[in-house]
Design a protein around this ligand. Structure first.
Ligand code: SF4
Ligand code: SF4
Length: 433
């Protein structure tokens, strides 16, 4: 069944920029020599390495163990020899530990046992064992998300893919619809839920028609609006339910999961394959051959840039989408479980103007889908009044969508300012404990 979704107030209209990749089939790109697998690919405690330099490993072998409840296992993406642990830059810019493995190009693979008609507890245990995390960008361990404290009755699948340029989820919906659907069924079974919605923006008519053929879920046709993929906005547009300030989706009886995560769950249960690969979109006018690529965890971005024929006009590199992704320096970076996109943008595609003083036009507030006052938060942050940014500005409700910065004629770095305020407040809260 198909229904028309609601839409939310505010947010922004952003150009989709998906036409160069939306019709391109997923291709596989293998690493050239070494992979660098980060121990920090999820929200929560770092995984702990369980391998040593010189050790031979197989593809799909556990190499780092989840450390605590909110953490995730990490598996080797190739077969070969462990060379050691090196410090490298994470996409966030800070340094982290990476297990370096020399690829022997044999791809000798080990699998977890396949599960046949698993019980809910077996599904959750498999998701944890396979190291599955939210692959839409946040990287929150999926088994924890599927164990909500509040009772839930509705599963909302995020097929919006509202970030410009990115088409990796769309290609999975088109090319692997049966597998994604099975993954959705496993998630619903784990939660004991029959009420399933999949929200898909109207700019993906093929995906809407494909999922409409499954009679155990409702396809919600969503207006193209940014940030439609935000959990709170997606829940409202699909179900009409409102998630209150500072609350989680479960407080409204809902759980949200994304397309790539559903596919990874299918793969872990039916094929016994833990999460060590994913589909990512490589795009922007800074590459001559944009693509949707199936890549192994730990692949150097330089190899992907070369394969997609980066050109001399590329001036900005972003991990993820242009609205919520992270701008990268010229250093080397590596694919992770959350790598949905790699964008090489030209000067035509991103703003190079320096910020100027705020002119109090109010456009950032008009754009904010969380009804915050970004210019005020910016002001409090710049003057070091972080507690005011929290109490008066409501900064902790910010979903970092970037709509404010996108709308600002003065090109103020509002998201960076807001992120700084959030970090300072988190430190202050830690200090109070
Ligand atoms: S303040 Fe936060 S939620 Fe509001 S538009 Fe800016 S980034 Fe988005
Ligand atoms: S949009 Fe920019 S210039 Fe306008 S009020 Fe907000 S911060 Fe100031």
């Amino acid at each position: 069944m198909k229904i028309k979704g609601k839409y939310f107030s505010r947010g922004v209209k952003v150009p989709g920029n998906k036409t160069r990749t939306e019709d391109l089939q997923i291709e596989t790109l293998e690493p050239k020599s070494k992979v660098y697998i980060s121990l920090s690919q999820h929200i929560g405690k770092l995984a702990t390495s369980i391998v040593e330099a010189g050790q031979e490993v197989k593809c799909g072998q556990l190499i780092a163990q989840a450390d605590g409840f909110v953490s995730a296992n990490i598996y080797s993406s190739v077969s070969g020899k462990v060379l050691g642990i090196e410090k490298k830059k994470l996409h966030s810019g800070i340094e982290g530990d990476f297990i370096v493995i020399e690829n022997d190009f044999k791809y000798d693979e080990v699998f977890l046992d396949k599960l046949d008609n698993p019980e809910p507890k077996d599904i959750i245990a498999r998701i944890r064992e396979a190291g599955i995390v939210g692959m839409g960008g946040a990287g929150f361990p999926t088994d924890v998300k599927l164990s909500p404290k509040d009772p839930v009755d509705t599963l909302v699948i995020n097929g919006a893919e509202c970030e410009p340029y990115l088409t990796c989820d769309y290609r999975l919906m088109v090319e692997k619809s049966e597998e994604v659907h099975k993954g959705i069924q496993y998630i619903a079974k784990a939660l004991g839920i029959k009420n399933i919605y999949i929200g898909i923006e109207l700019n993906k008519p093929q995906a809407i028609e494909i999922f409409d053929k499954f009679d155990d879920l409702t396809v919600v046709m969503l207006k193209k609006q940014y940030p439609m993929g935000s959990e709170k906005h997606l829940i409202y547009c699909c179900t009409g339910r409102v998630v209150g300030t500072g609350k989680l989706p479960a407080s409204a009886g809902c759980v949200v999961q994304n397309i790539a995560t559903a596919y990874a769950i299918y793969d872990a249960i039916e094929n016994g394959r833990p999460l060590y690969r994913r589909v990512m979109t490589v795009s922007g006018l800074g590459v001559d051959e944009p693509k949707n690529l199936l890549v192994r965890n730990g692949m150097p971005f330089s190899e992907i840039r070369e394969y997609c024929k980066e050109n001399d006009n590329a001036k900005m590199m972003i991990s993820g989408g242009p609205m919520m992704g992270m701008a990268l320096s010229d250093d080397e970076y590596y694919t992770a479980k959350t790598s949905s996109g790699l964008l090489l943008l030209t000067e035509k595609e991103f703003n190079v103007d320096n910020p100027s003083p705020c002119i109090n036009c109010g456009r950032c507030a008009d754009a904010c889908p969380m009804h915050l006052l970004p210019m005020q938060i910016d002001f409090y942050t710049l003057s070091g009044a972080y507690e005011k940014a929290e109490k008066l500005g409501g900064v902790m409700d910010c979903i970092s969508c970037g709509s404010c910065a996108y709308s600002c004629p003065a090109k103020r770095a509002l998201v960076q300012s807001i992120t700084l305020a959030k970090q300072k407040i988190a430190i202050l809260r830690g200090g109070r404990k």
